[in-house]
Design a protein around this ligand. Structure first.
Ligand code: G3H
Ligand code: 13P
Ligand code: ZN
Length: 326
């Protein structure tokens, strides 16, 4: 074990999810790829008193490198404490694709992992998820699995259509796999193009409600939940970017879900859009600027402000823990 997550000041998601479900909010899981994003996330959550899951994909881990991911997560805890906040912080592997990958993350300080075997058969998904859960639980790490398939690109595999989670399968799945939370497919999808122009951007909330009756109180996870704010899309276009027909999940659809047994909601794309809009704005309006701090600082501010708004509008997790001074 290179790093034990407890030595980094991190926590697993068990208590976070129990409190979230009891109090009717969802824990934000924001993806990060660099120091600026980590700081924007932790400052926003510390100021709001919201628990947070620092979410890292395998691609992000390859980009940053294993030691950097662990040290950025440790730094996030230090930053929150320095700000006077006691928010719990988890470091979570997003869309883990194998037992070996999940184990490697755990050995490098992750407190929570996802094993996404949702593209396999029901039985194979159970077997793979169970294998990860048994190892992870031996070192007090929590595990998320997925049942159902989101449309769009997921874990480098692309699907034309949603395969919605079948409510009659969830009870058997979580009992046999022994995981701690379950990601479901109810109409969300990854990326900036979640609906076609003219579509009614609605989730299958009736499937969520039925799933909740089958596994009452069990922590449910929603992936692909960016709202794709119009402000960032128009900034990106105004300042020379190209992005067409970008449509996200309306916040009101997600807010209803956050009040239920949905304990974790994943947001990655919105952070990317805020970051890109901020950088483009500076580079387009100040063409002579070449100090990275001059364009990364406003980009970080757009992300931080966005995360805070999302906590208010969707997660409902403000004030669950002590708020840091601004
Ligand atoms: O679900 C996928 C996440 O948005 C991560 O994307 O693999 O490009 O880092 P990524
Ligand atoms: P978005 O692309 O909607 O931000 O979803 C992110 C996600 O689900 C990461 O696992
Ligand atoms: Zn996802």
């Amino acid at each position: 074990m290179r790093y034990n997550y407890k030595d980094l000041g991190l926590v697993n998601t068990k208590e976070m999810f129990a409190k979230a479900n009891k109090e009717g909010y969802a824990v934000p899981a924001f993806n990060f790829n660099n120091m600026e994003q980590m700081l924007a996330i932790v400052e926003a959550c510390a100021e709001m008193g919201s628990p947070v899951i620092l979410q890292c994909s395998n691609g992000a881990r390859n980009y940053m490198g294993k030691p950097v991911v662990a040290m950025l997560a440790k730094a996030a805890v230090e930053v929150a404490r320095e700000m006077g906040s006691d928010i719990p912080i988890a470091l979570h592997l997003d869309h883990g694709s194998s037992f070996e990958q999940a184990k490697d993350c755990i050995e490098w300080g992750f407190s929570s992992v996802m094993i996404d075997a949702s593209h396999h058969s029901f039985e194979e998904n159970i077997a793979e998820s169970k294998k990860v859960a048994e190892y992870a639980h031996s070192v007090d790490v929590t595990v998320e699995a997925e049942l159902g398939v989101l449309a769009g690109i997921e874990d480098e595999i692309s699907n034309e259509e949603h395969i919605y989670t079948q409510p009659h399968e969830v009870e058997e799945f979580v009992a046999k796999a022994g995981v701690d939370s379950l990601a479901i497919s109810i109409g969300t999808s990854h990326g900036a193009h979640k609906f076609k122009p003219g579509d009614d951007p609605k989730l299958k909330l009736e499937i969520l409600a039925e799933i909740e009756t089958k596994i009452p109180g069990f922590p449910i996870v929603l992936h692909g939940s960016s709202s794709v704010p119009a402000k960032f899309i128009s900034m990106i276009k105004e300042y020379g970017g190209e992005i067409k027909d970008a449509i996200g999940i309306p916040n009101d659809q997600l807010r209803g879900a956050a009040k239920s047994a949905v304990a974790k909601i994943n947001v990655d794309t919105d952070g990317r859009l805020a970051f890109t809009a901020g950088i483009r704005e500076v580079l387009a309006t100040k063409p002579g600027e070449f100090d990275p701090r001059k364009y990364l600082t406003p980009a970080k501010k757009y992300m931080k402000d966005f995360y805070m708004t999302k906590i208010t509008d969707v997660f409902g997790s403000e004030g669950a823990y002590k708020k840091a001074a601004k």
